[in-house]
Design a protein around this ligand. Structure first.
Ligand code: ZN
Length: 197
C-alpha cells in the first residue's frame, strides 16, 4: 500500500465497521443544504467553515479534502486523523442513539464540547501513532473549539483540560482510549507502510 492510498483505505475500513458513506464532493446538493443548516446554527462564515472542516451527519461524512490528495490541504496523516475524528461522532451516536446525539450536540454546548473533545482525542491518537508532535494540539484544538464551534469559555476550558490529559496518557503512558482511535491505529499498524509520516 502506498502512503497516498492509506487515508482512503482507512476510510473504507472504518466505513465497513460503522456503516458510513464518505462524501468528498463539495458541490454535492447535500453540502449546499448543510450550509443553510450551519447558518441557522450561527456559524458566521459558512463557506470558509465548509472549506476547513469535515462534517458528519448521521452516517454520512462530508470531507473537506479528497483522501490521498495533499495539495495545499491536510497532510496524509492529518487526513487519517480527520477520518477517524468523524467516525468518532458516528460511534458516539451509536451509543446514545442518533436522536439523543443530535439533540445533545446541537442544543447543549457542554455536551458538544464533550463530544468534540473525545473526537479530537481520536485525532491526537492517530497523529501520535505516526510520531507527529502533539504537545501543542490540546491548546490548538481548544482555540478551534472557541472560534468555530460556538462554545462558551467554560466548555472550551473543559475540552482543553481533557485534551491535555489525553496528551499525557499518550506521551507518558502510551495509552489510547477512544474506541475509534484504537480501531484506526490497529488498522494502521496492520496495513500502513511503517515510518515516513
Ligand atoms: Zn468533530
Amino acid at each position: 500500500m502506498t502512503p497516498e492510498s492509506v487515508p482512503g483505505a482507512l476510510g473504507a475500513a472504518l466505513s465497513a465497521t460503522h456503516g458510513t458513506t464518505i462524501v468528498t464532493s463539495r458541490s454535492a446538493f447535500e453540502v449546499i443544504a448543510l450550509a443553510g443548516a450551519l447558518e441557522k446554527l450561527g456559524v458566521k462564515n459558512v463557506q470558509s467553515f465548509l472549506a476547513r472542516f469535515s462534517i458528519t451527519l448521521d452516517k454520512r461524512i462530508y470531507l473537506s479534502f479528497t483522501p490521498g490528495k495533499v495539495d495545499a490541504g491536510p497532510s496524509l496523516i492529518e487526513q487519517c486523523a480527520t477520518i477517524a475524528h468523524e467516525h468518532t461522532h458516528v460511534a458516539q451516536a451509536e451509543i446514545v442513539s442518533r436522536e439523543v446525539f443530535y439533540i445533545d450536540y446541537l442544543m447543549r454546548p457542554a455536551k458538544r464540547a464533550q463530544y468534540e473533545a473525545e473526537a479530537y482525542r481520536t485525532s491526537m491518537e492517530v497523529l501520535h501513532w505516526a510520531g507527529r508532535p502533539i504537545a501543542h494540539l490540546p491548546d490548538a484544538y481548544a482555540r478551534t473549539l472557541a472560534s468555530s464551534y460556538m462554545l462558551p469559555g467554560i466548555d472550551v476550558d473543559f475540552a482543553r483540560k481533557y485534551l491535555r490529559m489525553a496528551h499525557d496518557d499518550l506521551v507518558r503512558h502510551g495509552v489510547r482510549r477512544t474506541a475509534v482511535g484504537i480501531e484506526a491505529c490497529r488498522w494502521l499498524d496492520e496495513n500502513a507502510p511503517k515510518g515516513g509520516w
